[in-house]
Design a protein around this ligand. Sequence first.
Ligand SMILES: [Zn+2]
Ligand SMILES: [Zn+2]
Length: 158
Amino acid sequence: MRETVASPTRIGLDLIAIAEGTDLDFDLRFESVSEGVLVTGTVSAATSGECVRCLTATTGEVEVALTELFAYPDSTTEATTDSDEVGHVVDATIDLKQPLIDAVGLALPLSPLCRDDCPGLCPQCGVALAQAEPGHQHEQIDPRWAKLSGMNLRPDRP
Ligand SMILES: [Zn+2]
Ligand SMILES: [Zn+2]
């Protein structure tokens, strides 16, 4: 089964997630096994997040593999497991939402970066260095002279 479904909810972590309404591309196989339906395949979607170093908006892709057994009603598996351990077929449908939320949570980076070598924010002015002009820096005043820089000193004439 190949199907694209708009995500009914935001799926992911605080800093990066599949936004609500984003296309989820399912590529799944359903196999009937003795106790239920075995679902295997992948789900991919675009992600949006924020770089932890410079707070710039970042976008990416996540793909997760799913292998989930959904037990038939009245099967031994259904009788001996809780629905949070093994999915259950309810009213002839299966709910992939929780397995998907779990898999995406594990696949996303805890510390998303706009790029691997993101230099972060300028400690002086807070601009994102990845976006600033190359060599962005501020004139540094030697702290020993900082006190004098605001004073007009008139050396004595010889
Ligand atoms: Zn960054
Ligand atoms: Zn700066």
